[in-house]
Design a protein around this ligand. Structure first.
Ligand code: ADE
Ligand code: ZN
Ligand code: ZN
Length: 271
């Protein structure tokens, strides 16, 4: 996702943090970075991605999972096949969850970085094309969106989200509050339990992100690529965008809610 989606996801999560957990989150960020809050922290992983230095370059593959089925055309996720070395978004969420948990004894600096990565990857794992190996997650497919030529990946990361934000005065806080209400008491309330139900299982650190990756990947075949395959010359800013809005809303809501619920869980321990 682009910056606006990540900030929205961070803000939804922030809305769900218990007060003592919000204080722990703020204290984990060295030098009072990001105003002590998740929306700005969630952007850090993209800022360091293309930089030389300790977190640059090697972390780039952690933002996605390239499915190698056919390749990426039949919509399935298989850890052995697609992420054998854990260098993908599923492995990254599992590893940084372990590093953030104070029971595992990592130092404060490592836990700060782990939290920054988690605040970002809980978002990326809900973007359909971040769990898709076809044409580099759509980066290599150029289509029209509202009269402009763009790659399909950027249309999902940025163009459609920014168009949706115009319904909320281009203010991610208003969009976040709308989605938060739909989770707390509205359209998503009953299904939101399923969005986080994986943590009832043993070994939930890998099981949860894999469950989420499978859930996200399933959007690709019936929706993301279907129109593009049938009509490559279509402008995606019309009916495709309208049909994508409820999907985008729900994927962003899932990322935010999961991040909030999981941080409440992981950071509840007093070690
Ligand atoms: N680079 C290669 N595959 C990608 C994907 N699925 N998402 C983002 N960047 C990628
Ligand atoms: Zn992306
Ligand atoms: Zn990313």
């Amino acid at each position: 996702w682009g910056a606006e989606a990540h900030k929205t996801i961070g803000q939804i999560a922030q809305n769900f943090l218990k007060p003592d957990i919000a204080r722990k989150v703020a204290a984990l960020f060295q030098d009072k970075s990001f105003g002590g809050q998740l929306p700005l922290a969630s952007l850090w992983a993209d800022e360091v991605k293309h930089r030389r230095g300790p977190f640059g370059v090697w972390s780039a593959p952690l933002h996605f999972l390239d499915t190698l089925d056919d390749p990426g055309r039949s919509c399935s996720v298989d850890m052995e096949r697609d992420c054998p070395d854990a260098k993908c978004v599923v492995g990254a969420i599992a590893n940084y969850t372990t590093q953030l948990d104070c029971a595992n004894g990592y130092d404060k600096f490592t836990r700060d970085i782990a939290l920054r990565f988690l605040a970002h990857f809980f978002g990326d794992i809900t973007q359909p094309l971040h769990v898709c190996g076809r044409e580099k997650g759509g980066n290599e497919v150029i289509i029209t969106f509202d009269g402009q030529r763009e790659n399909l990946h950027a249309i999902w990361d940025t163009q459609m989200v920014e168009k949706r934000l115009q319904d909320f005065e281009s203010d991610f806080v208003q969009y976040s509050d709308f989605l938060t209400k739909n989770i707390q008491n509205g359209e998503y309330t009953s299904e939101s339990k399923d969005w986080v139900s994986c943590n009832n299982s043993p070994n939930s650190t890998t099981l949860c992100p894999l469950t989420w990756a499978i859930d996200t990947n399933a959007i690709n075949c019936p929706f993301v690529w279907d129109t593009v395959d049938k009509n490559p010359n279509i402008d995606l800013g019309g009916g495709y965008y309208s049909d994508a809005v409820p999907i985008i809303d729900k994927q962003i809501a899932k990322g935010g809610y999961r991040l909030g619920v999981f941080l409440n869980l992981i950071l509840s321990k007093s070690c």
